[in-house]
Design a protein around this ligand. Sequence first.
Ligand SMILES: Nc1ncnc2c1ncn2[C@@H]1O[C@H](COP(=O)(O)OP(=O)(O)OP(=O)(O)O)[C@@H](O)[C@H]1O
Ligand SMILES: N[C@@H](CCO)C(=O)O
Length: 359
Amino acid sequence: MASSTPARRHFTVRVPCTSSNIGPGFDVVGLSLSLYLTLDVTIDPSSSSTAPTLSYTGEGAAEAPLDPYKNLTTRCALYVLRCAGIHQFPTGVVIKVHNEVPFGRGLGSSGAAVIAGILLGDALGQLKLSKERLLDHALMIERHPDNVTAALIGGFVGSYLLDLSDEDSQRKAVPLSEVLPEYPADAGEQWGRDPPAPPKGIGHYIRFGWAKEIRVITIIPQFEVPTAKARSALPDKYSKEDLVFNLQRLAVLTTALSRSPPDSHLIYQAMQDRVHQPYRAHLIPALPKLLDSVTPTSHPGLLGICLSGAGPTILALATENEEEIAKSIVGEFEKEGIQCRKEFLVVTEEGATVTEHEV
Ligand SMILES: Nc1ncnc2c1ncn2[C@@H]1O[C@H](COP(=O)(O)OP(=O)(O)OP(=O)(O)O)[C@@H](O)[C@H]1O
Ligand SMILES: N[C@@H](CCO)C(=O)O
């Protein structure tokens, strides 16, 4: 019997940006927000092109590699395919990327790129992996679960990663997003060795509620802080007092943000942090001043303020007066000679999506 030619396909992958930590929840909580990384993907199996053709518009267009073996998203897709025993991309893949998520600002651009790549690999291989299995792959690439879990699941999410074995945590064949700029030479697809599939069920998460009154203000400075640099500024050990300080606040915060009407005094205090922000202050000049001067007393309507992810973006939560709050934060950055853009964002109920279109 003659084998049938694979059908042409057209699908869209859409992944929200994320703000992680929300003060005390370092590497634990993430919030998915309404700036998106979108891939428009067509597959024409009759094409002679073996490597995907990538084009890219929007944030990061000048930096993002268009070589599919170097680009973070397509490397993640290839990782998923190879874990499933599929050694190459299908022929005739054309990917048009449009990105609204600024690079290196603390809004989860790398997490969005990783989730987009995992979903791309799943869709290209028609693997139909479960959300849990998709997350396993993402967590082998971005080892802190906060951004990738919120980007995949949507909403306000808490998560943890099970301890990996020494062998799993050191696998060179995984395209680690913050550690390696690209696959190490001996893990390239032409070497033909497929990476072992990730261990099963390594990421566990829960979605929290989000009070409908809470609005999200992001102030995005015009400079980047690479996450790897912001993580290397952190100490290896913490005092018992500082850990207890954060644990107490995080326990209160996850429920406080779900209650209507939101209690500004409870939330403001519960968003204080001693685990990452103090150690990153030298990377974001206005940060200490901002955290001290923008309060529910000085700015009625404000609920809390913190560094978004590894920074430099500032996340402020408020029930009203968003314009005034944003203006004050922008003003503090301007005093340091730093220009910013402000975005009033919405918490996305839906996480990452893949939509197949008729061709
Ligand atoms: N859409 C994308 N396509 C390709 N590479 C990307 C994309 N988005 C991000 N990256 C890569 O990830 C890097 C930024 O990742 P980094 O972890 O430093 O910051 P971030 O994810 O924006 O911030 P945070 O993790 O604090 O939220 C970029 O410099 C780029 O190399
Ligand atoms: N939790 C991470 C988020 C950045 O990706 C950090 O603060 O380093």
